[in-house]
Design a protein around this ligand. Structure first.
Ligand code: NAP
Length: 309
């Protein structure tokens, strides 16, 4: 079984390494999405961070070379993201901004208004990548309005999130839509490498973007002795090894935190590479152990009672 999983991983990484990518001055690779738009495959996550802390973290990150920020309406910090983009002085077109619609905003005619509200909160004229946050409620109606916003130039690419929880949603969103999902945001890290979901992305050229890339700071993962050995070999930290593994697997990765030292540490992964043996060792850590384990039924209840800020 382990051999089959390893072979599957190697096939996936070959597929990714065939893609030609440019890198920016910090070494961050840019993937061409299935609609031709280029996205930096490394960014800052902002989950569970207040508006003001988010703004400060984004300003630090943008100074350190980050050009991709992931937020969501549900995080309540889109305003902080937009303010940081403006205050950074970096041209808007050089920064990739991602946000997500909540299920209470889904539905034809409803979602288009929600997108305009989102743009107001961000204080921006367009969003680079807009996700449906959860495959719950009228996500197909939402998608129709997202397609309209895409055609109107308010959004540059459309994405799906957490559709691994609902196969029928993934299938409908890739098969019954005009503008196809370009990115799928899912929980993914060395302990849950999500081989089955990643295989489904391939025929549609959907990029895997990893949330909880560091297991949400789980100490067992960050103190894993195997990762520590690879870190010692490269004179890097275990967190840097995990993030470098994400990049070399071809993922887009958005580690979250507000600590300036960690923000710097996390982007300092483009001056070394893991060799095939390191990659094989990292792949062998997979046990498909997720850290977020809410069932679809629990999630359905949760999303409609979630107190939006
Ligand atoms: N689509 C979705 O449903 C969904 C769900 C979850 C997250 N996301 C997105 O994915 C992003 C990433 O997920 P996440 O932030 O929850 O988890 P994560 O990136 O896996 O882990 C973040 C935690 O790791 C620790 N950490 C980060 N850098 C570190 C470093 N250099 N050294 C030591 N510890 C470090 C910090 O933990 P402590 O501060 O606890 O020490 C930090 O809070 C989010 O911010 C959000 O943008 C999306």
């Amino acid at each position: 079984m382990k051999k089959v999983i390893l072979a599957l991983s190697m096939m996936l990484s070959c597929f990714v390494s065939q893609a030609q990518e440019r890198t920016d001055q910090w070494g961050v690779p840019y993937v061409k999405l299935n609609n031709g738009v280029e996205m930096p495959r490394f960014g800052l996550g902002t989950f569970a961070v207040s508006n003001e802390d988010c703004k400060q973290a984004c300003l630090v990150a943008l100074k350190d070379g980050y050009r991709h920020i992931d937020t969501a309406h549900a995080y309540g910090n889109e305003k902080g993201v937009g303010e940081a983009v403006k205050e950074s002085g970096i041209p808007r077109e050089e920064i990739w901004i991602t946000s997500k619609l909540w299920p209470t905003e889904y539905g034809e005619d409803t979602t288009l208004k929600a997108i305009d509200e989102m743009l107001k909160r961000l204080g921006l004229e367009y969003i680079d990548l807009l996700y449906i946050h959860q495959p719950i409620g009228d996500y197909m109606g939402a998608w129709k309005d997202m397609e309209k916003a895409y055609k109107q130039g308010k959004v540059r690419a459309l994405g799906i999130s957490n559709c691994d929880a609902k196969d029928e949603a993934f299938t409908a969103l890739v098969e019954k839509t005009k503008v196809k999902p370009a990115v799928h945001q899912i929980e993914c890290h060395p302990y849950a490498q999500r081989l089955e979901v990643r295989k489904k992305h391939e025929p549609h050229h959907i990029v895997t973007e990893c949330w909880f890339p560091l297991g949400h700071g789980d100490k067992t993962l960050l103190n894993d002795t195997t990762i520590a050995q690879i870190a010692k070999k490269h004179d890097k930290t275990p967190v840097q090894i995990i993030l470098r593994w994400h990049i070399q697997e071809g993922f887009s990765v958005i580690p979250g935190n507000t600590n300036p030292d960690w923000i710097k540490e996390n982007i300092s992964i483009f001056d070394f590479s893991l060799d095939e043996e390191d990659m094989a060792t990292m792949r062998s850590l997979n046990k498909e152990k997720r850290f977020y384990n809410m069932s679809l039924e629990q999630l359905e209840k949760f999303v409609f009672s979630y107190p939006m800020k």
